[in-house]
Design a protein around this ligand. Structure first.
Ligand code: BTX
Length: 325
């Protein structure tokens, strides 16, 4: 157990009443000076803490940070998000998550950063990750799935994220196959699903989620200002990122278990309700070819089915989709 996190969690949970430094010190076999040092560290990190004589410490203010204590005070999951590694800044949470997964990090471990200096999308494209504006996180999960069932986790994650947005922001977002979440035609979220696997068994799936939350337009680099938006820009509200993260983890845990137990059909139904791709005329740009046609929907394997002009139907694994007018 991380004593410093535990102390912060207790301060949150006390909800304005004092936590006795003496009792906490006794419980964890620490000196009162050690507790006092943690309190000083919290203050340096932007927390407001008042010390009340003979009663203890009261949390009066917490900074807008997506650290373990802020997320865990909202958490309702069994596993996801119980183990959190937090960075003020890192290159990319995705690489750290891969290393941690390899060295045995438990199911549901979350790697999260306020800022990424080298955030990445698919095909090593850059992902802009402004400090304290968004959610930049990688979740390590260990579902009992076969390797060929792993790509669909992108769609599972997309449904979970859209549901969580509905819950917290009361705004409607749509899913653009395979890995984008959009509001009014602009991108607010990208998902990057990666796999560590044996031939017949998934060892870990790393779900990278990048979400634009409290950005103003000038927080985006110029080259993406016409294609990107944030929840704040669309709703007019500043969003509690930690609460949204806890909500995403809840839905993700629920839907992953649903997928493990009942297969892809129930996820497909949910997904179709949120997708704006089906029925539209599209261009699908793949690595070595581009095809055109009408998007029909997704198959049981999560492929996008496209009816080409000659009447033939193609199932696509991954592509950039351009929706035609
Ligand atoms: P993608 O390849 O579908 O999208 C990447 C493209 O999206 C870029 O080429 C650029 O045009 C555009 N883009 C870049 N940054 C943003 C942004 N902030 N908002 C909207 N559009 C943008 C999508 O890849 C998958 C992204 C996953 C990001 C997460 S963040 C946590 C984890 N760590 C990490 O490095 N990646 C994942």
């Amino acid at each position: 157990i991380n004593v410093k996190n535990e102390l912060l969690k207790r301060l949150f949970e006390a909800n304005g009443s004092p936590i006795s430094g003496q009792e906490f010190a006794d419980e964890f076999g620490l000196s009162r000076t050690a507790i006092w040092k943690y309190i000083k560290e919290f203050e340096e990190e932007g927390y407001g803490i008042t010390s009340i004589r003979k009663k203890g410490y009261v949390l009066t203010h917490s900074p807008d940070r997506v650290n373990a204590a802020n997320i865990q005070k909202h958490l309702k999951t069994k596993m996801y998000g119980h183990n959190i590694t937090y960075y003020e800044s890192c290159s990319t949470t995705q690489t750290i998550a891969h290393d941690d997964a390899q060295s045995g990090a438990p199911d549901g471990t979350l790697i999260i950063a306020e800022e990424q200096t080298a955030g990445k999308g698919r095909l090593a494209r850059p992902w802009s990750s402004a400090a304290r504006k968004g959610i930049w996180m990688s979740l390590i999960i260990r579902p009992s799935l076969m390797p060929q069932q792993a790509p669909q986790m992108t769609l599972v994650a997309a449904v979970a994220i859209v549901r969580a947005i509905e819950e917290v922001v009361k705004i409607e977002a749509t899913i653009k196959w395979p890995n984008d979440i959009m509001i009014k035609g602009k991108k607010i979220t990208g998902i990057l699903t990666e796999l560590q696997s044996d031939p017949d068994r998934v060892k870990a799936i790393i779900i990278g989620i990048g979400m634009n939350i409290n950005h103003d337009m000038e927080d985006f680099p110029e080259e993406i200002q016409s294609i990107a938006t944030s929840l704040k820009l669309e709703s007019g509200e500043t969003i509690d990122r930690s609460r949204l993260i806890a909500e995403i983890l809840s839905f993700l845990e629920l839907y992953t278990h649903m997928y493990e137990k009942h297969g892809f059909s129930p996820i497909k139904l949910l997904w179709e309700g949120y997708s704006n791709t089906a029925g539209k005329r599209i261009k699908a740009v793949m690595l070595n070819e581009t095809i055109e046609g009408v998007a029909l929907g997704i198959s049981e394997d999560g492929l996008l089915e496209v009816k080409q002009d000659d009447g033939s139907i193609r199932g696509i694994y991954s592509a950039d989709i351009i929706v035609e007018k």
